[in-house]
Write a protein that binds this ligand. Structure first.
Ligand code: C2E
Ligand code: MG
Ligand code: MG
Ligand code: MG
Length: 291
């Protein structure tokens, strides 16, 4: 027998599974404690008009700073919060915090036209969700048409309850954005059944838009789908001026990404009319198209 490092017995695959389950449980408990201790905050990323770069909306994104773990990315903790159900309470905190921030910008006269909040499948599965949203909007004094609820295709793929919830939110006057559009199971099919106003074209199609190839073809097709259906298309994950210029050439009029602005705390937001520096130069021939 070799030396036994782990409490006198050998590690097995079952031990690894136990560890994974243990870590999931610990992370879940830390999330619970973190919500009580105020470890979460929101950051806001601009969504701009092409080609001038004027901020038309912002998307709120949640951040978690755990005292020992440090910054844990939402891609890591949101799925855990969905599995242990905490997303319902966390999501309500996120929505109220974003609404309070938007109301504050409004009072300062610097509110963008709209603000987006990400909502997960588990929240949409709650039949009371539209009532909760309506109550938070009323309590913070925000008109429902200012809010954009961002849902992923997978969140509504289950059908039934989630689709009904989306319908009810839309009936309240809230806009619906399909997030990471094009990466789900039934992207185009969903457009037939779901009330949607905004398509957020996934960054995987934006990444290689300047190169000839399948991504550029898909980015081109998706703007045609959006325009044909009268939807607003937002290109996600725009990192370079070249991508922005090409997207504009393809017909995109809304974009989001590090090229225009990283997610920042609400206090760093300046004005809806402030033009970000990284706008697209449309070239002289296109200048009549300036918005
Ligand atoms: P998402 O809703 O698609 O958000 C866009 C993500 O892309 C954000 O990551 C954002 O920081 C990142 N991003 C923005 N511009 C660029 C760019 O130019 N390049 C690259 N590479 N990335 C860019 P983040 O904040 O880490 O969030 C990841 C995902 O976690 C979100 O994807 C969303 O699905 C989820 N999430 C974030 N905040 C919330 C929330 O408040 N509630 C819920 N339910 N989910 C959230
Ligand atoms: Mg989003
Ligand atoms: Mg997205
Ligand atoms: Mg995403």
């Amino acid at each position: 027998y070799a030396a036994k490092a782990d409490g006198g017995r050998y590690r097995t695959y079952a031990d690894d599974l136990d560890d994974a389950a243990g870590e999931e449980a610990r992370l879940g408990a830390d999330l619970r404690a973190g919500l009580d201790r105020g470890e979460f905050h929101l950051v806001y990323q601009p969504i701009v008009e092409l080609p001038n770069g004027a901020v038309s909306a912002v998307e709120s994104l949640v951040r978690w700073t755990h005292p020992e773990r440090g910054n844990v990315p939402p891609d890591v903790f949101i799925p855990v919060a969905e599995r242990n159900g905490l997303i319902v309470e966390l999501g309500e905190w996120i929505l109220r915090t974003a609404c309070l921030q938007y109301a504050d910008w409004w009072r300062q006269g610097i509110a963008p036209e709209r603000f987006g909040v990400n909502v997960s499948a588990r929240q949409l599965a709650e039949p009371a969700f539209p009532h909760i949203v309506a109550a938070i909007l009323a309590e913070t004094g925000i008109h429902p048409t200012r809010l954009v609820v961002e849902v992923t295709e997978t969140a509504v793929f289950g059908g039934g309850a989630e689709v009904r919830t989306v319908q009810e939110l839309n009936d309240l006057g809230i806009s619906i954005a399909l997030d990471d559009f094009g990466t789900g199971h039934s992207s185009l099919g969903l457009l037939q059944t779901l009330p949607v106003q905004v398509l957020k074209v996934d960054k995987s199609f934006v990444e290689n838009v300047t190169m000839a190839g399948r991504h550029a073809v898909i980015a081109t097709s998706l703007i045609q789908v959006a325009n044909g259906l009268g939807l607003v298309a937002v290109a996600e994950g725009v990192e370079t001026a070249e991508q922005a210029a090409e997207l504009y050439r393809l017909g995109y009029r809304r974009a989001q990404g590090y090229h225009f602005g990283r997610p920042v705390p609400g206090s760093a937001h300046r004005s809806s009319s402030s033009t970000v520096t990284a706008a697209v130069d449309p070239g002289s021939s296109d200048s009549a198209l300036r918005m």
